[in-house]
Design a protein around this ligand. Sequence first.
Ligand SMILES: [Zn+2]
Length: 188
Amino acid sequence: MNMTKNLLQIALLGHPVLRKKAQRVKSIKERAVQSLIDDLIYTVMDANGVGIAAPQVYRSLQIFIMASHPNERYPNAPEMPATPVINPKITHYSEETELDWEGCLSMPGVRALVPRSKTIKVTFQDREGNKHCDEYEGFIARIFQHEYDHLNGLVFFDRLDSLKDIYMEKEYKKIISTHKLVRYDIIC
Ligand SMILES: [Zn+2]
């Protein structure tokens, strides 16, 4: 059995794969799908991200990984094992939204204050094909919404209230070092 994990190349904004609707995964147990999941986990960990979606590695499939973990970049992030999410649906978005920082592996060097629903209800399948119904809030809900958008050809720029909420990373770092405005920030 081939246990090699591969570091995958990340598609950057402007590549059409990031603007396509991803296809449903029909055979989750298929070896190619399972090794794509392993490679996505390996790649997001290597990049120190908290999430990654298959279109970000040029595969237009409804798969993403949530990988929240506290580290230097996100000291307040909740700890969770890398969780593969397949064929997801967000069935409810709370009307209440929160503004917080996001980055994206496909848009390096840029951060923005992105409004997201505070809580969401979701359904998805895990890597065994089992169905899950869950409710998420806060940081995890934010990662889920960011990754779910990637499966629908959207990036966080499409969600902004104002283009003035875009910052280059260097300026963002100045802001967060002088203000304690930030609870979480994510790159996925
Ligand atoms: Zn992203």
